[in-house]
Write a protein that binds this ligand. Structure first.
Ligand code: HEC
Length: 177
């Protein structure tokens, strides 16, 4: 398995551990293991690489989402150390994000059920990267504030950056057949 995929799963585990004391979140490692197994079972060799990237980015998004929740809970509890750890997970995932969106993995190319990533991502790559950078900057700001003893500063800022990317670049959920 590629290292960046592995580290995505590792990040999920870190969130699970850090979240355990703060909030009830599912162990993310199980999530990652399931993804890897499903990947092997669901896709032929040719599609493996593309679908591998899709599944990795979904796992990464779930890790971001869990870290975001753990961060909020830690902020509420005034635990600055946990806020920093959670924020840095978001930062790490943001750094990996561009590699998880290789060309040819849009919804248009792979189908509505495979991915919600719109073709607009690759048409507006710079804007997409900017949206990712915004999330990273917001997470870094939260971590910096928490290191200075303010557990709650900048929390809402991160949430806004999720929508800033999802709105233009993520399509609607696929209809269940
Ligand atoms: C740079 C763009 C971008 C940013 C920033 C971003 N997302 Fe996403 N997110 C996406 C895209 C694109 C998808 C669809 C992935 C796919 O299906 O291929 C997605 C999917 C998701 C999913 C569904 C994962 C799954 O299992 O299918 C969750 C949950 C999620 N994002 C949470 C978040 C949260 C929480 C934040 C902010 C803290 C965030 N995202 C920030 C682009 C982004």
């Amino acid at each position: 398995m590629k290292t960046w995929i592995k580290s995505t799963f590792a990040a999920g585990l870190a969130v699970a551990i850090l979240g355990a004391g703060v909030t009830t979140i599912q162990p993310a490692l199980a999530d990652g293991a399931k993804d890897a197994q499903q990947l092997a079972a669901n896709h032929g060799k040719k599609m493996n690489k593309k679908m591998g990237a899709v599944e990795a980015r979904k796992a990464s998004m779930r890790a971001i989402s869990k870290a975001n929740k753990a961060m909020k809970a830690a902020a509420k509890a005034g635990n600055t150390q946990l806020v920093v750890s959670a924020a840095m997970i978001v930062v790490k995932q943001a750094d990996r994000m561009p590699r998880m969106f290789p060309k040819g993995t849009s919804r248009k190319a792979l189908g509505a059920k495979a991915t919600r990533s719109k073709a607009a991502i690759w048409k507006n790559w710079k804007k997409f990267i900017a949206a990712n950078d915004n999330m990273k900057a917001a997470a870094l700001a939260v971590a910096a504030a928490a290191r200075n003893g303010n557990a709650k500063a900048g929390m809402k800022g991160i949430g806004k950056t999720c929508g800033g990317c999802h709105k233009p670049f993520r399509g609607k959920k696929a209809k269940k057949s």
